[in-house]
Design a binder for this molecule. Structure first.
Ligand SMILES: [Mn+2]
Length: 318
C-alpha cells in the first residue's frame, strides 16, 4: 500500500525494536539512510539494529564505526533505498522479505514489496527523504547523522553533478553542513580516493572498453578473473561504472560484470536523451532514468554483451 509522508513518520514514531534493512551492493545512499535513521531512532530511546546482505566496502566505515550492536527480536521492519525484495539479497529476502512493514524509497521502479511504501521518485536520494523524516520525528540532526545523510545526498548525485539534483538537494546539503557534516572529507573519500587495487582494476577495465554504434555506446566488461587479479571485489565497480559516461559522444554506457555464479549483471548509465530504466526493463530490470540495471542468466559475458548492445542499438534507432 502506498502511504503519505506523515503516515511514514507516524509508523516510525510508534514503532520499537526496529530492524532496518539495506540493499545488496550497498552504496552511500542505502547505508547513509540506514545509519542516519538508526541514529535518530536510537536518540528517541528506541532499540534499533541494521542488517545488510553483503560485505560493506571499508570506505563507508565512518558511517557506523562508533555504533554499538544490539540483539533483539524485531517488532517492526523498515527498508531504505530498496526498490524490490530481491535487492535485500537471498538470505535477508528469505528471512524478512515478506515481513517488511515499511519501505522508504526513491526508485521510479519501486516494486512495493512491503506492507506500506513511501516512495518519492523525484528525490535525488533516499537520504533526502530520511532527513525530512528525521526532522519530522523531532530529532535534532547532530554531526554524525548529518554526515550519514550527506553521504547519500552526494553519492547518489555523483557529487551533486547529475540531473537528479534539485533545489531541495542543495538546501538540505547546506543544512547538513551547518549541522556539522564532514562534507569535504566525505567527498574526497567517496570520489577522489582510489586504492591501488582499484586502479589496477580500472586499467583492466579500460583495456576491455569497446565502442558500438559510431561511438554512442561504450561497454566495459568485468570478469571474475579481473576482480581476482586486481584483488578487488564487486564493490570496486562503483568507481568503474561512471567511466563510460565520461566519454564524449557516448549516449549509453554499459558495464557488464560476471558474478561468481555466472550470472551477468548489467549496469546502464545514460545521457539526458536516453532512458536507462526503459532499456533495462527489456531484460527484466529497472532503476532510474539515468542509471539502471538488469541481470542476464545462462549466457557468457560475450553473449550478454552482444544481446544488450544489439537491443540498445534498436532502442536508439526507435
Ligand atoms: Mn538511492
Amino acid at each position: 500500500m502506498k502511504i503519505e509522508f506523515s503516515q511514514a513518520v507516524h509508523e516510525l514514531k510508534n514503532a520499537d525494536k526496529i530492524l532496518i534493512l539495506t540493499h545488496i551492493n550497498p552504496d552511500g545512499d542505502t547505508l547513509g539512510s540506514g545509519f542516519a535513521l538508526l541514529r535518530a531512532l536510537r536518540k528517541m530511546g528506541k532499540r534499533v539494529r541494521l542488517l545488510n546482505g553483503d560485505k560493506i566496502n571499508s570506505k563507508y566505515n565512518y558511517l557506523f564505526e562508533d555504533l554499538e550492536e544490539d540483539e533483539f527480536d524485531e517488532e517492526f521492519i523498515v527498508s531504505v533505498d530498496v526498490a524490490e525484495r530481491k535487492l535485500l539479497g537471498d538470505a535477508l529476502s528469505e528471512k524478512y522479505g515478506d515481513r517488511v512493514d515499511l519501505s522508504i524509497d526513491h526508485h521510479e521502479s519501486s516494486r512495493r514489496f512491503a506492507k506500506k511504501t513511501y516512495c518519492e521518485p523525484h528525490s535525488a536520494s533516499c537520504c533526502e527523504i530520511i532527513y525530512l523524516i528525521i526532522k519530522a520525528l523531532g530529532v535534532e540532526t547532530d554531526s554524525d547523522i548529518a554526515s550519514c545523510i550527506y553521504t547519500g545526498c552526494s553519492t547518489d548525485t555523483g557529487c551533486f553533478k547529475y540531473s537528479n539534483v534539485t533545489v531541495r538537494t542543495h538546501l538540505i546539503a547546506s543544512e547538513l553542513i551547518a549541522a556539522g557534516a564532514d562534507h569535504s572529507r566525505i567527498n574526497v573519500r567517496m570520489f577522489d580516493t582510489k586504492s591501488m587495487n582499484n586502479i589496477m582494476l580500472e586499467r583492466m577495465c579500460l583495456s576491455s572498453l569497446e565502442f558500438f554504434a559510431g561511438g554512442t555506446i561504450a561497454v566495459i566488461s568485468v570478469t571474475q578473473a579481473m576482480l581476482r587479479e586486481s584483488g578487488t571485489d564487486k564493490s570496486a565497480l562503483d568507481a568503474i561504472k561512471p567511466i563510460t559516461r565520461q566519454i564524449e559522444g557516448v549516449k549509453v554506457g554499459v558495464t557488464l560484470r560476471e558474478e561468481e555464479d555466472g550470472v551477468i549483471s548489467v549496469s546502464v548509465r545514460t545521457d539526458e536523451d536516453v532512458d536507462a530504466a526503459a532499456i533495462c526493463a527489456n531484460f527484466g530490470g529497472g532503476g532510474h532514468i539515468r542509471a539502471a540495471g538488469c541481470e542476464i542468466y545462462g549466457k557468457s559475458i560475450e553473449k550478454a554483451k552482444t544481446e544488450v548492445t544489439e537491443y540498445i542499438v534498436t532502442y536508439l534507432n526507435k
